[in-house]
Ligand binder design. Structure first.
Ligand code: PMP
Length: 389
């Protein structure tokens, strides 16, 4: 397996996984001889100074927006999904094959980028309530983009079902032998396994195995499940607490806390809303996906985060740390602080910074401006709310 010079030796030997796994963690220290995919993984772990000082705990955040292809953790997943599909003969480069995916954006951007590099076309179906930065970027990457009205997962026109249908239609009507491949990030094993073989081991190595909690939101659930499985099952860190960061309106918080799947903005027994009632993009969902289910039993706790808390945290991170992130990263940081305050002083908590604020200018950051937070000083209200004086 290729390794960059600053790469570590994982506690689980790479040979224990297949060649795909090894290929996933190849971020170049020098020349990325395999092109853009050599810029995926091995992201820095940033100690967030302001939050560490305020909490008396060590708050560490993995800078996943520095993944060098599509600038989010989805680079790891997209690469694994493509490599696995190639192995199974579902994709062949330079034959007109097209990757279809239903995504709120990040996975589509990673797939569209890697598709270009690896000789495929990309066709992305996404809900029309997501920030335009993402669909505009997809178009510049040469992907075909369908923005579709928000619909329940039971509808054939839900963005995920539409992507699946488009892939089937492609293969069925293909006159040149080209194939349509539905990547299926919500259900495929290639998603969570990418985090078992790269994100999880990186966190372990970067902290020398000294961490007390891992905190992350779930969109597909691949990240939290994959990292939880690596830390608890492979690295045998039984004591590490895995905590779900869930935005308002998502049903996962209640599933973890109360065993019941209903959204936090509705009462139990009322009709289940399919759409998460939050401005946060990328995390929060009202159904159980395979990727969430494979890690669910390993989750120890969940923290519900309001949109207002997410906005205030995003503003705080810029103001104090020069860290400019999107909404899911901000939710993660709020939940990391809450989780940290439940642990003794000095505890070490790891979370993720999923994407940059530049992908959220027209929605999340516009809202922050409209709230007047950009003119506000320290978020004393937020910290008081989170139990920090
Ligand atoms: N943050 C962002 C910005 C995302 O797009 C996603 C994926 N939808 C996530 C976090 C959550 O990752 P996962 O799908 O692995 O749960």
């Amino acid at each position: 397996p290729r390794r960059s010079s600053f790469f570590w030796s994982a506690p689980v030997k790479l040979e224990d996984h297949d060649a795909t796994a090894a290929a996933l963690v190849t971020r170049a220290a020098g020349i990325a001889t395999n092109g853009i995919e050599g810029c995926i993984g091995n992201t820095p772990l940033i100690q967030i100074q302001s939050l560490s000082k305020a909490t008396g705990r060590v708050i560490l955040a993995k800078a996943e927006f520095l993944n060098g292809a599509g600038n989010s953790p989805k680079d790891r997943v997209a690469l694994n999904m493509i490599v696995e599909a190639e192995k199974q003969g579902l994709l062949t480069p330079h034959q007109g094959d097209t990757i279809y995916e239903g995504t709120v954006g990040s996975t589509g951007i990673s797939l569209a980028t890697l598709a270009r590099a690896k000789g495929y076309k990309a066709h992305i179906c996404m809900p029309d309530d997501q920030a335009f930065e993402k669909s505009d970027l997809l178009i510049h990457l040469g992907a075909t983009v369908e923005r579709v009205p928000v619909a329940p997962i039971t509808s054939p026109d839900h963005f995920v079902n539409l992507a699946r249908r488009r892939a089937i239609e492609h293969t069925r009507s293909s006159s040149d032998g080209s194939k349509g491949f539905f990547a299926n990030q919500f259900e495929t094993e290639s998603n969570w396994q990418a985090h078992v073989v790269s994100t999880g081991p990186e966190i372990y190595e970067q902290t020398d195995g000294d961490l007390d909690a891992f905190v992350a939101g779930a969109g597909t659930g691949g990240t939290i499940s994959g990292v939880a499985r690596y830390l608890k099952l492979e690295a045998k860190m039984d004591k590490v607490r895995v905590v779900l960061a869930d935005p308002q309106g998502s049903g996962l918080y209640n599933k973890i806390k109360h065993g019941v799947m209903y959204s936090s903005t509705e009462k139990e027994g009322t009709r289940r809303r399919q759409q998460v009632d939050s401005m946060v993009e990328g995390i929060g969902i009202n159904r159980l996906t395979n990727n969430f289910e494979v890690g669910r039993d390993l989750l120890d706790d969940a923290v519900k985060v309001t949109d207002e808390q997410a906005c205030r945290m995003a503003r705080w991170l810029v103001e104090n740390d020069g860290i400019f992130v999107g909404s899911s990263s901000s939710v993660n940081c709020v939940a990391a602080v809450v989780a940290a305050m439940k642990l003794p002083p000095g505890s070490r908590v790891v979370t993720l910074l999923c994407d940059s604020g530049t992908r959220h200018l027209s929605k999340f950051w516009k809202h922050i401006k409209e709230m007047g937070l950009e003119d506000e000083g320290e978020p004393t209200d937020l910290f008081a709310e989170l139990g920090i004086s």
